[in-house]
Design a binder for this molecule. Structure first.
Ligand code: SAM
Length: 247
């Protein structure tokens, strides 16, 4: 916790080269040395996560929820224990064994019997039940190289009328969709370069693609302060969409 933990995480973020032959190896190379300090640092960087859960409607009694790229499961702390108990099953799917280890500890500590961890890929994993009610991606879409595949897979496993919830970094297109925020040249060009050294890819295409594939129920655009980048704020959004009947 605190300044020294921040220094360790920042050193890791800035100087540690990411190595690996495939996506999972690269994720593990990135996360293995920072898993323990992960939650505290990210709490200040990854904003809007609790608000996203609040935007998603209270799930029904038999709700099955998939959180793709759920990491350490810190996000589940944003639910009340009553809300967690109401959900029939929560699958937390992630490719990083180091972060899943932290998630397992959290689940054991909290005694969450309905939360199951799955070490697998968001672009291909399907639940044993076939279809689910809610799928979420919290700051994971920007880390998934085949993000088209991840959104297509989410759509495939959602029931008709099911909800997709996303909170993540993004940049706007030069000419954004109507009623969406415009961004300056610096914002659109600086953040993709800055984040890319950590294999995080804020894209101008995530938001338009989501609006094309899902019926938008909620869309909000915000800015977050980045720890130690004093004057700069990075754009992030929250999107809740309902599965459309059309392909
Ligand atoms: C920035 S972290 C976000 C973690 C968590 N959702 C949160 O809000 O704190 C991104 C997560 O996505 C996971 N991830 C990246 N690519 C993935 C993939 N193809 N399938 C599953 N998880 C993936 C990473 O391992 C990491 O846990």
């Amino acid at each position: 916790m605190g300044f020294f933990s921040d220094i360790k995480i920042l050193t890791h973020l800035i100087f540690k080269p990411i190595r690996g032959k495939n996506h999972q190896d690269r994720l593990e190379s990135f996360y293995a040395g920072q898993a323990s300090g992960y939650d505290d640092f990210r709490k200040r960087l990854l904003l809007g996560r609790k608000e996203l859960w609040d935007l998603l409607k209270e799930p029904s009694k038999d709700c099955i929820w998939v959180d793709f790229g759920g990491g350490t499961g810190a996000n589940l702390e944003n639910f009340s224990s009553e809300r967690i108990a109401k959900i029939k099953k929560i699958y937390l799917v992630d490719l990083s064994p180091s972060l899943l280890k932290m998630a397992q500890k959290r689940i054991d500590d909290r005694g969450w019997k309905n939360v199951e961890l799955v070490e697998d890929d968001a672009t291909t994993w399907t639940p044993p039940e076939g279809k689910v009610d809610v799928v979420t991606f919290s700051y994971s879409l920007t880390m998934i190289p085949d993000w088209f595949g991840a959104i297509e897979n989410a759509k495939k496993i959602l029931k008709e009328g099911g909800l997709l919830g996303i909170v993540d970094f993004y940049v706007a297109r030069k000419y954004p969709l109507e009623n969406h925020q415009k961004q300056r040249w610096f914002t659109r060009n600086f953040w993709p370069v800055w984040f890319s050294s950590d294999n995080v890819f804020p894209s101008p295409d995530h938001v338009p693609f989501l609006h094309q594939k899902f019926h938008p129920v909620e869309f909000q655009e915000h800015r977050a302060k980045v720890p130690y980048l004093f004057f700069l704020k990075t754009p992030y959004y929250q999107f809740v969409g309902q599965k459309k009947e059309t392909p």
